[in-house]
Structures are given as C-alpha cells and as structure tokens.
Design a protein around this ligand. Structure first.
Ligand SMILES: Nc1ncnc2c1ncn2[C@@H]1O[C@H](COP(=O)(O)OP(=O)(O)OP(=O)(O)O)[C@@H](O)[C@H]1O
Ligand SMILES: Nc1ccn([C@@H]2O[C@H](COP(=O)(O)O)[C@@H](O)[C@H]2O)c(=O)n1
Length: 224
C-alpha cells in the first residue's frame, strides 16, 4: 500500500532539521529517513576507496553501487558524521547521475515506509521540491549562518573533535553556496513550505511550531 502521510523537511546544514525530523517521526509513529546520510554514504564510500570527492565517474559508480544492503550499515557508521565526509557529500551531490541513483530509494521509503509505519518523515535539501513534491506537509527549517556554525561547533566539540569557530563558519558558507547554487535540485524552500527560522528558538520551540503547522494540515487528521 502506498502511504500519503509524508512530512518533507528541508533546510541548510545545522538548521536543526534532523533533530526536528527525528522527534516528529517518533511522535507521529512514522519512519524517518535522513536523506543527507545517503549522500554522505556515497562520499564515505568514495573516500574509503581512495578517490577524490570531485571524481565524478567514481562518485557515479559509488552511488549506483549502493543498495539497501550496503547503505543501511553505512547509515550507522560514526565516520559518516566527519566534516570531511560532509564536504565529500556536498561535492558528490552536484552530480545529476548521483542524485538520480538515490532518488528511487528515497521515494520508495516515503511511499512504503518500513516497519509497518503509517507514514514517513524525510529531511534533506530537496525533499519538498524534488523527492516528494506532493507531500502534504512541507517545512523549510533555517537559521542564521552564525547561529548554525555555533551549533555545529558545540556538536563537534562534544564529540571531542578540535574545531575553530571561524573555520566551521567558513565551511558552512561554502557548503550553503554549493548546495543552493547547483544546477540540479538546489537547496530552496518549496513554494508551499512552512518557513521555520530557528535562529531564536531552541529545539523545543521549533518542535512546537512544527507540530502546530502539521496539525493545521487537513491531510494529517488526528495524528497529533
Ligand atoms: N532549535 C535548536 N536550537 C539550538 N540547537 C539546536 C536546535 N535544533 C538542533 N540543534 C542542535 O544543533 C545541532 C545541529 O542540529 P541537526 O543535526 O538537527 O541539524 P541538521 O539541519 O540536521 O544538520 P545537517 O544537515 O548538517 O545534518 C545539533 O547539535 C542539535 O542538537
Ligand atoms: N536531500 C539532500 C540531502 C543532502 N544533500 C547533500 O548532502 C550533504 C550532507 O547532508 P547533511 O544533511 O547530512 O548535512 C549536503 O551538504 C548536501 O550537499 C543533498 O544534496 N540533498
């Protein structure tokens, strides 16, 4: 059976979309897919094979070689969260063939959520615009780049990594520019997305604003 209970969440790095998506999925009883992890899995596969992240042919081969059996163990690999892998993900994600290779997996997850879940929450950069343009609830989560850089900095430091604010901020600006200026599926809000700026909100306030929005959507009767 195809599910139509899809929540699409997009936004730039460290805007809080993953935190929000996980909590929404748990509250709604929906399955959750972090679509960025798929691009990171391609980037990590490439780096582990000794290729440069801008090696287009190797990136296409890595993306086309991923299937449910290979991608699921990678999704839980701590190496996926490394900064070098984020940069590699952002580089491979400009390649149209890489995006095409990951599209079916994402759409299949959204339309046939695993584990008998009634619906799915997907977060990424193009979920509301390309992957699930018909999703009945779309959110675009953002925050000022300085706020996002501070969040990422404390996240990195909490894992024991050495990180410098200026470097994190610069990396974030470069990644934002690459993600929003690429030709295929650039980062942008869907025209019908609810815009949620979390610059002045903590995660709890962002969750309340998001649930208020979803509750207002006629396609989600009685879920919240
Ligand atoms: N509203 C918020 N206020 C303050 N901190 C937050 C908020 N939402 C999330 N965070 C924290 O900011 C960091 C980044 O959040 P999160 O991983 O959810 O962002 P993201 O948009 O999914 O990032 P990415 O796309 O890079 O994976 C985490 O440490 C998280 O705990
Ligand atoms: N739908 C998506 C999701 C992610 N990307 C690219 O992957 C990079 C890493 O994503 P995170 O969410 O884990 O930070 C991101 O910078 C994008 O380049 C994408 O293109 N489409």
């Amino acid at each position: 059976m195809t599910s139509s209970f899809i929540v699409a969440i997009d936004g730039p790095a460290a805007s809080g979309k993953g935190t929000l998506a996980r909590r929404l999925a748990a509250t709604l009883g929906f399955a959750h897919l972090d679509t960025g992890a798929l691009y990171r899995a391609v980037g990590l596969t490439l780096l582990r094979a000794g290729h440069a992240p801008d090696d287009t042919q190797a990136a296409i081969a890595a993306a086309q070689g991923l299937d449910a059996a290979t991608v699921l163990p990678l999704m839980n690999d701590p190496a996926l969260r490394q900064d070098a892998v984020a940069v590699a993900a952002s580089k491979v994600s400009v390649v149209p063939e890489v995006r095409a290779a990951l599209l079916d997996f994402q759409r299949n997850f959204a339309n046939h959520p695993p584990g008998g879940a009634k619906g799915a929450v997907l977060d990424g950069r193009d979920v509301g615009t390309v992957v699930c343009p018909g999703a009945p609830a779309k959110l675009y989560v953002t925050a000022d780049v300085e706020v996002r850089a501070r969040r990422r900095l404390s996240e990195l430091r909490n894992t024991g990594a050495e990180a410098i604010y200026e470097a994190v901020l610069e990396d974030m600006k470069v990644r934002d520019a690459r993600d929003s200026q690429r030709a295929v599926a650039p980062l942008k809000p869907a025209v019908d997305a609810f815009l949620l700026d979390t610059s002045m909100m903590d995660a709890e306030q962002a969750f309340v604003a998001a649930t208020d929005f979803i509750r207002s959507r006629p396609a989600f009767p009685g879920f919240l």
